[in-house]
Design a binder for this molecule. Sequence first.
Ligand SMILES: NC(=O)c1ccc[n+]([C@@H]2O[C@H](COP(=O)([O-])OP(=O)(O)OC[C@H]3O[C@@H](n4cnc5c(N)ncnc54)[C@H](O)[C@@H]3O)[C@@H](O)[C@H]2O)c1
Length: 273
Amino acid sequence: MITDRLRLDGRTVIVSGAGGGGIGTSCAAALAEAGATIVAVDRDAQRLADLPDTYVKVEADIFTAEGVQSVVDAAPAPLHGLVNVVGGSLPPHWAPALDYARDQWDSSLDLNLHHVMFLSQAVARKLVEQNTGGSITTIASTGGVVAAPFHVAYGTAKAAVLGLTRTLALEWGQYGIRVNAVAAGSITTPRATKTVQDPALSKRGVPLGRRGTPDDIAAAVLFLISDLSAYTTGAVLPVEGGALQRIALFDDDNVPVHVTNPDILGRIKGSNA
Ligand SMILES: NC(=O)c1ccc[n+]([C@@H]2O[C@H](COP(=O)([O-])OP(=O)(O)OC[C@H]3O[C@@H](n4cnc5c(N)ncnc54)[C@H](O)[C@@H]3O)[C@@H](O)[C@H]2O)c1
């Protein structure tokens, strides 16, 4: 049955940034539900303590080479995959580009880019050694697909993650290692502002009219990590309620702003009525 391809029984998946009750926590829960052995990684011990005891928990700082090695060493064989979740845009990372300071830039690229390369590399080396293939998925952002005004380093880092995804997919395809990314839209997490269903959002750029949930992202990650996506690599899957589909040339009612012909406007608006 094709739904069997969703199962991950007897396979280990590492989730970086699994603590905190947000996207990483949901991804770990979804993958565990599909049968995976979860290696939950976080540098915050309290956040790890709140996770299920069935997980292998690794307190590590993945910005360091030692932290990365300790994660891979702790993973029970056979290793199948990795979800790179660590990232985000902290308050100090928000500023106009004209004012951006070097330390803001460096710390955002540390948080969002460098560890994705080196943890993925360590996992891929293990997968090559096992000769099993595997699957790596990174949580990127719509801010890496289009502009990220006033958090330029975050947008740059997330765009770089998409380039990294494509390159690793090409290099590692020969080993059966698939590498994909999710372009997450605005997701309600414990640290993001708590907006509930807001119909006005559909006017402001989200065709589905709501913010996303961590489970919306986890469902996409489950698809990309499991064999359901066995023929997909180098892909960027948008999970953003359709937000990337609207460009500034469409007004709040999806009418192209350059259309001024009253006959055409009448037909469009008539068909909306
Ligand atoms: N929330 C959103 O709206 C949204 C939108 C698009 C993309 N994303 C992306 O989703 C990902 C997760 O977002 P979130 O809001 O759930 O994040 P979060 O802050 O809730 O979780 C990230 C976790 O990573 C851990 N962490 C940070 N640095 C670490 C390190 N050096 N070593 C080990 N662990 C470390 C933190 O302790 C934290 O528990 C990020 O990559 C973010 O950019 C989020």
